[in-house]
Ligand binder design. Structure first.
Ligand code: ATP
Ligand code: MG
Length: 398
């Protein structure tokens, strides 16, 4: 058994010692079987959240209403979730009411795909009532039960199918795929935030290109913010080799492919309800990408964009223009030689200026600092107080 599971075996034992059942479940079990790196080890148990809290010293309530308690064990957090059945679904979203149960099989039955419905006991023996192992062997994404029904219960599962396709490079089983084609409209009922989580994972999966094509072929894209009329544009991305882009780079790349104006780009990112900081970053990256089409980075633009954005914009540019991909080394060399990397390094303050010119504060200060900043970046003046002062006084006399 994987070391990450071994470390958590005492949690299962403790629950069992107290008369409950407990198993490893979810994505970690799937990934361990596939041989991928595993992320968080999740545990399912017949104990209710209150019972779990009585057994373990250190717990955090993270989602009691869904039956989840975080157990801190030897410095690691583990989500321990009570077996549950999701009986009633309303509005095609997660169930209105969660019913705690004592039966593992029923808990596995409410899970989305068979590969995600395998439990492991403390000895590493699999409990696999829905043939998840078989699906993994066949590299197939198959819903537990009838796909139409499962997608009607919770339409987000359709997005999850595509993101797993992107991450794992598994095929989507025929019936499951057909159901994606018929039920896309149900995605309208799903919160944008939940869609974004899955879409972002899709965008950085190894098989992202094919996943995006499936997004178009199944018609699911129609129900994603800002993409409804953009099927052709998404399909057209197919011609580029964009493997390896980071999430923010992917967004900038897609925004480019959608052929949007600057205000439109902003509207689309906002409609995905991304955090303001992320929106700002992607928009700025998009701007630098567009600038890159008119000119190479020079000292000033490299300084303004900063290392990360300059490299990213350049990488996307090389993809779009189908150039051989460079390592960005030349750009980094250029960056490395900039006299300053940030305004905070400038040996000049507003107080200096007021002092030297004997003038009160005003808009002139900002303008003057910017002028000096550019001069320093272009090595027209050395970044020391004396040199800057001398340079400014000389300029002022002319
Ligand atoms: P990842 O490795 O990306 O976290 P994961 O499979 O663990 O993938 P999670 O969103 O963390 O995905 O969900 C954990 C488990 O909960 C899944 O493996 C699945 O069994 C179940 N699950 C999650 N979301 C749903 C859903 N919408 N419907 C049914 N079961 C779900
Ligand atoms: Mg997970």
């Amino acid at each position: 058994m994987n070391i990450a599971f071994q470390r958590a075996v005492p949690i299962l034992e403790k629950l069992e010692d107290n008369g409950f059942e407990a198993y490893f479940v979810g994505g970690a079990v799937r990934d361990a079987i596939i041989g991928r790196d595993i992320s968080d080890v999740d545990i399912a148990t017949s104990a209710t959240p209150d019972e779990v809290k009585k057994i373990f010293l250190k717990t955090v309530d993270v989602g009691i209403e869904h039956g989840t308690v975080l157990v801190l064990f030897q410095g690691e957090p583990y989500e321990v979730t009570t077996f549950r059945a999701e009986s009633q679904y309303v509005d095609f979203r997660r169930p209105a009411e969660v019913k705690f149960i004592r039966n593992l099989k029923e808990d596995l039955q409410r899970r989305d795909f068979t590969m995600n419905s395998i439990a492991l006991d403390k000895h590493g023996v699999a409990i696999d009532p829905f043939s998840g192992m078989e699906a993994i062997k066949l590299k197939q994404i198959v819903t537990v039960g009838k796909a139409d029904e499962r997608f009607t219960e919770d339409a987000l599962r359709m997005m999850r199918a595509l993101r797993f396709h992107s991450q794992l490079n598994f095929d989507i089983e025929r019936n499951t795929y057909e159901a994606l084609k018929h039920n896309g409209h149900l995605l309208q009922h799903i919160a944008v935030e939940r869609k974004l989580v899955e879409f972002n994972k899709l965008l950085v999966g190894n098989n992202r290109k094919q996943a995006l094509q499936h997004l178009v072929d199944t018609g699911l894209y129609i129900y994603l913010p800002g993409l409804a009329a953009k099927g052709k544009h998404i399909s057209a991305l197919e011609e580029y080799d964009y493997a390896g882009l980071t999430l923010e780079e992917m967004w900038a790349f897609i925004l480019y492919g959608l052929k949007l104006t600057e205000p439109e780009r902003k509207i689309i990112l906002k409609s995905w309800r991304m955090p303001a900081k992320t929106i700002k970053y992607i928009l700025s990256l998009s701007e630098w990408l567009h600038d890159r089409f008119t000119a190479h980075f020079n000292k000033q633009s490299l300084y303004q964009a900063g290392k990360q954005k300059a490299l990213s914009a350049n990488r996307i540019y090389e993809i779009i223009t189908k150039q051989e991909r460079s390592s960005g080394e030349a750009l980094m060399e250029q960056y490395h030689h900039l006299p300053i990397k940030d305004r905070s390094e400038l040996q000049l303050t507003g107080d200096d200026l007021m002092d030297w010119f004997n003038k009160p504060a005003g808009p002139w200060i900002k303008a003057c600092i910017e002028e000096v900043e550019e001069a320093v970046v272009y090595s027209k003046v050395k970044n020391t107080k004396d040199s800057i002062r001398e340079w400014l006084l000389r300029c002022n006399q002319n």
